[in-house]
Design a protein around this ligand. Sequence first.
Ligand SMILES: [Zn+2]
Length: 429
Amino acid sequence: MSNVFVIDSDYKPLHPVHPARARLLLTQGKAAVFRRYPFTIVLKRVVEQPEVQPLRLKLDPGSKTTGIALVNDANGKVVFAAELHHRGHAIKDSLESRRTVRRGRRNRKTRYRKPRFQNRKRKKGWLPPSLESRLANILTWVARLCRYAPIEAMSQELVKFDLQLMENPDIAGVQYQQGTLQGYEVREYLLEKWERTCAYCGKQNIPLQIEHIHPRANGGTHRISNLTLACEPCNLAKGTQEIEIFLKKKPDVLKRILAQVKRPLKDAAAVNSTRFALLERLKTFGLPVECGSGGLTKYNRTTRGLPKTHWLDAACVGKSTPDVLVHKGNIPLLITATGHGRRQMCIPDKYGFPAKHKQRKKTFLGYRTGDMVKAITPKGTFEGKIAIRHRPLFQLGKVDIHPKYMRRVHQADGYEYRSKGVRNVPPHV
Ligand SMILES: [Zn+2]
């Protein structure tokens, strides 16, 4: 499993330790549990000159899941790994439902007014709330990890492929072989440009091969503008034919392919505004930020023989990736953004009539919805996230439990935590 974070009594981050060492410190009374997720212990003394090896925080931001890894560049050890699941879709859905309800209501209830569409301005750098939430999630965790671990540098996957590497004429002439870094970059580029489909038959979700439009046998080059993607049957069928001959009977397909070939590089580079916005905000932490491409990540992961997971992808971001990544036994912390509840005070019934009103208070007997608790009851021991009621019987999973049996393990912070393969994390508390 991942290492345990340690801070001293001045809240200064020390080097993370093995869980066994943390257990020893806790049983000897030299430390106390500081927080459960991520598991952090606090020493009961000040460490004047701590022995700290700098760690690198690596991020692979995705639309649904962001991989997070803390890597010790000196010995290649993955100290901590997590996968952060975002709630952008939930935000988008609820904003859309609010919009439709509001529009319907105003159509029913308000006299006609001229539409006003041009009276709204957006600040520079504005992002839709769903994307903003992803950024906020990531930055929350970056700030949190910076508090508990000696992080000295960051790496972020910024682009899907390195355009400069391909536009560079020296490299464009070199053979794009699979297995080389350029090969990976080119593959990522072609996948993006040709939308992960076979150029000839339009099939998707199948293994695709790199195809020379003007065939190699007839003097076609390895230049990126001569490459496309094809499935194996199409690739074999085309063989060494010229594209005009191969697609003689399908003039519209030929026209489409030739038009797409001419599409300039810049259009194909799906510039992801969220990732650039993330980079800008990561820079505000004052640490050096290294940027990598998706092709480089894939190359690093494949050459090190690692499986594809979000956290291992994160560990492989950037040129700084150590030659050997020690990741055995690492169990990523699965973090799911849940939000902090909703502002809606009136809960309607299925006809839209107000059925009940929410309490103004969010807590009851010191507990709030989303708290992780451990409950030891006469019927057995339960652990998990609670939903409170404003009477002493809270919901824990599918059972109702009186708060007198409960002990809070982790205060609600807008995230839900799980760990793959481990029932309770960590097992020694
Ligand atoms: Zn095909």
